[in-house]
Ligand binder design. Structure first.
Ligand code: NAD
Length: 354
């Protein structure tokens, strides 16, 4: 049986990837995760008892632990998702982003390289690095990011992810490590930590709390349902060409304010009684100080993965959003447990002095 190591498998996208792999493949899947505030094993309850699933608690920056992981589980592939992932947190404290996203990736690459060199049959090994479209910076009103767009990261988060992409590319060019890289647009869906836009708005709305929209809410993001991303990642892992990068996106460009208003309208229909004092959820929308360095627009040209590997999203924004709202309505205990830690929905990411 072949083994895939998934780093960051207790996070939002990593857990979707693991659920997908366990359901649709015969791989043994080893989840290596430090369980930061963003990692939650409750997102993996549906696979926890499966004999093909293994969880190892560990830090990708801990070289000895990563060596032991490779030595014990002898993977045929690594899907690297472990990261600090929230832009606002990167503004408040960039150090963790540099440590995990850059140093951690370099540790993984070096351990993977030593392991790969020593393999008797190393032709099928591959290292899949999962990254973001935020590395390309901000677009004007038109145009799309493609695989040749220049890197222009604007936040500590995107800069740290850009650095990790460069390291992965360099390990391929310099040492021949068999890598594939994917850069994806904004994901949404079940099990997303409620500091990100869509789950934060759903939970605040249900609690009757303000819905904080940054600036005028006119920033544009290209939204992709998380299970569509997980399918794309598994396809690239198995069929992507080594050394290649694939951009992944949902063809769903939306202004943040329109996302929030759509959510409010869907909640008006789904929730029987609004919180006290309001008749429509939109009344909770509150405009707040914008994020420093806030990128105006992201949009992905997913033509390469579509033409070469035949991938396209299955969910529309409307169908994905409806599923997401239903999931948050049906899983209040998951939300309570992830919020049992220190984060309770407060504003993050205003630069020092604000
Ligand atoms: N969320 C998005 O919209 C999006 C879009 C494109 C790309 N990505 C990328 O996909 C990956 C996963 O994103 P996500 O939204 O699931 O993130 P997340 O924050 O939900 O999860 C990250 C996971 O990594 C783990 N982790 C953090 N530091 C670690 C360390 N040092 N060692 C081991 N594990 C550690 C956490 O415990 C958590 O389980 C990231 O690399 C991110 O840059 C995210």
């Amino acid at each position: 049986m072949e083994t895939v190591i998934v780093t960051g498998g207790a996070g939002f996208i990593g857990s979707a990837v693991i659920r997908h792999l366990i359901e649709h493949s015969d791989y043994r899947v080893v989840n290596f995760d430090k369980l930061t505030y963003a990692g939650n094993l409750e997102s993996l309850l549906s696979v926890a008892e499966n004999p093909n699933y293994v969880f190892i608690k560990g830090d990708i920056c801990d070289q000895a632990a990563v060596y032991q992981l490779f030595d014990e589980y002898r993977p045929s592939a690594v899907m690297h998702l472990a990261a600090e992932s929230h832009v606002d947190r990167s503004i408040d404290g960039p150090a963790d982003f540099i440590t995990t996203n850059i140093v951690g990736t370099s540790v993984l690459l070096e351990v993977a390289r030593q392991y790969w060199i020593d393999l008797d049959d190393n032709k099928s090994f591959r290292f899949h690095h999962i990254s973001t479209d935020e590395v390309f910076g901000s677009l004007g009103p038109s145009g799309l990011f493609n695989e040749h767009s220049p890197y222009q990261p604007n936040s500590p988060y995107s800069a740290s992810k850009a650095a990790s992409d460069h390291l992965v590319r360099a390990w391929h060019e310099t040492y021949g490590l068999p890598v594939v890289i994917t850069n994806c647009s904004n994901n949404y869906g079940p099990y997303q930590f409620p500091e990100k836009l869509i789950p934060l708005m759903i939970l605040n709305a249900l609690a009757g709390e303000p819905l904080p929209v940054y600036g005028k809410g006119d920033q544009v993001r290209d939204w992709l349902y998380v299970d569509d991303h997980a399918r794309a990642l598994c396809l690239v892992l198995e069929q992507g060409d080594l050394g290649e990068t694939y951009n992944i996106g949902g063809h769903n460009e939306k202004k943040n304010i329109d996302v929030v208003k759509t959510l409010c309208r869907l909640l008006d229909k789904k929730v029987i009684s609004q919180p006290q004092g309001i008749t429509r959820f939109e009344e909770l929308i509150t405009y707040v100080t914008d994020r420093p360095g806030h990128d105006q627009r992201y949009a992905i040209d997913a033509g390469k993965i579509n033409n070469v590997l035949g991938w396209q999203p299955e969910e529309t924004f409307e169908s994905g959003l409806a599923k997401t709202i239903d999931w948050y309505l049906d899983n209040p205990q998951w939300c309570e447990h992830v919020r049992d830690g220190s984060y309770q929905g407060e504003r993050l990411g205003l630069a020092v002095g604000d």
